[in-house]
Structure formats: C-alpha cells, structure tokens
Design a binder for this molecule. Structure first.
Ligand SMILES: C[S@@+](CC[C@H](N)C(=O)[O-])C[C@H]1O[C@@H](n2cnc3c(N)ncnc32)[C@H](O)[C@@H]1O
Length: 248
C-alpha cells in the first residue's frame, strides 16, 4: 500500500468523513488543523450533503454524465454514489490521490479517475473523457467543482469557469462552492492552509461565475441549499450554488 509524505486536504476530508482512504500524515494534519480551528467533521458532512443534493438535482434534470474537478477521494457519498445510474469521470492533480482513486474505482465500469488540471480541461485524457462523459460538448453534463475555488485566484477561477461554460453543451450544470471568511477569525488555522488559500465573501464570488446562471436557490451556505432536514447549526464556512448554461 502506497504511503504519502505530504498531507492532502482531500484525504483529510476523507478522514473527517470517517473514510478509510487516508494516511498517517493526513490524520496528523487534520488533528493539527482541528487544534487551531475546532471540530471539522460536521462541516465536511454538510459539504458532502451539498454535493449529494446538487448531484441528485442534476441527475433529476436528465443528465447522466459528470465531470468532477479537484475530486479528492471518490467515496463517502461522492458523485457516482449519489447518481448510481450516471457515468462519472473524477479528476485531480495530486498523483497520490489519483492512484488512490483509481484503486477504489478499479472494479467500476461507470466511474473512472484520471489527471485533470481544472484550469485547463485539455489536460484530461480524451479517451477517459469520452468514455465516462459521453457526448462531452454535445450533450448536457454535470460539472462538479467543489473544494477547489479556494486554491485559485480570482482571474484564474473566472477564466476557468468561463472556459468550462464555453466547452459544455447547453443544458449543462455546474455545482460549485467557495470558502467564506470564516477562517479570518482563526489565524493559526488560516496559516495552515498556505499563502495561496483564498476566502471570499458571497458578493465577491458571484461575478466570478460569469455566464453561468445560478438557480433560484442562489449562492447560500451549503447547509441551506435545498436542505432535506433542518440545517445543522454550524458556521457558514462554505457557500455554494448550482448554476446552469441554459438550454438553447
Ligand atoms: C479541498 S480538496 C477537495 C476534494 C473534494 N472535492 C472533496 O470535496 O472532498 C481540493 C482538491 O483539489 C485538488 N486541486 C488543487 N488544485 C487543482 C487544480 N488546479 N485542478 C484540479 N484539482 C486541483 C487537490 O489536489 C485536492 O485533491
């Protein structure tokens, strides 16, 4: 079994979600972060709940192909589990997480995992893209872009979302989230996220969506996006939206 010498936020999330696909270095980083911030598991459960609700909403609109960026670990209620009838391509840039994902999905003919830099869709292996997201560019798809915006500056994020808008067929959906300014009150935890980590107030995020149109649900704390049970009383750490490229 491969080890990792650097922690990954994706595998830390797997730890917080009670998964089995992380390494000692991820657990140590997760515990150190909680020491500086506080319990994280409830926040990431809400994040994963948002993923599930948006994916099911996209599938209910008749979409059966998903492309996932910054995918992390493909378990614990991830996209192919929320939409079991769909085909899903998970992508990430972290080689250890990609290999982990490929092992997890080895037996699946509906979900695959490969390299993909969200800022350049051309980095995805076209054979994988067309196998797991058939009709890419011609049929509506679901693009899942969660846990990623915080690692991209405004210009890169806006350019990336616009490139994706141009690439997908009309009728496609984008599930997206971003980090609020919650960590500003926890400077030690914020420092652990590194200098490139970006927090945004909702008003600063909306223009970055560009041509993508948020649904009437708006851009809201993820636990308030079409909740299926009374939302947990948690800090508004993550905001999210479901957006569309309207059908022609
Ligand atoms: C906070 S984790 C989120 C993982 C997953 N979306 C989740 O919610 O569990 C961020 C992930 O984005 C990946 N990442 C960072 N920059 C990226 C980029 N430019 N393109 C694609 N993935 C990237 C990291 O390797 C990491 O796995």
């Amino acid at each position: 079994m491969e080890e990792a010498d650097q922690p990954s936020t994706a595998r830390m999330i797997d730890f917080w979600l009670g998964g089995a696909h992380h390494f000692p270095v991820d657990v140590a980083a997760a515990r150190a972060f909680e020491g500086a911030y506080g319990p994280c598991a409830p926040l990431f459960r809400e994040m994963r709940g948002f993923l599930g609700r948006t994916v099911r909403a996209i599938a209910a609109a008749g979409v059966d192909g998903f492309l996932v960026f910054g995918a992390g670990v493909p378990t614990q209620g991830n996209v192919h589990e929320a939409a079991p009838e769909a085909t899903v391509l998970y992508t990430d840039v972290d080689p250890v997480t990609i290999r982990l994902g490929q092992r997890i999905l080895a037996g699946s003919d509906r979900a695959g995992y490969g390299f993909g830099d969200a800022t350049d869709v051309g980095t995805i292996d076209p054979a994988l893209l067309h196998r797991f997201v058939p009709g890419w560019g011609r049929r509506p798809v679901g693009v899942i872009f969660l846990g990623l915006a915080a690692f991209l500056d405004d210009a890169t994020l806006a350019g990336t979302l616009d490139e994706l808008y141009a690439a997908v067929a009309p009728g496609s959906f984008l599930a997206v989230d971003f980090d609020s300014e919650e960590l500003a009150a926890h400077p030690q935890a914020l420092a652990m996220m590194g200098p490139a980590f970006r927090m945004r107030p909702p008003a600063a995020f909306a223009p970055l969506l560009g041509r993508w149109t948020p649904t009437a649900d708006g851009i809201v704390p993820v636990q308030h996006w079409r909740p299926e049970a009374p939302p947990a009383d948690l800090p508004d750490a993550f905001y999210g939206a479901l957006a569309t490229k309207p059908a022609a």
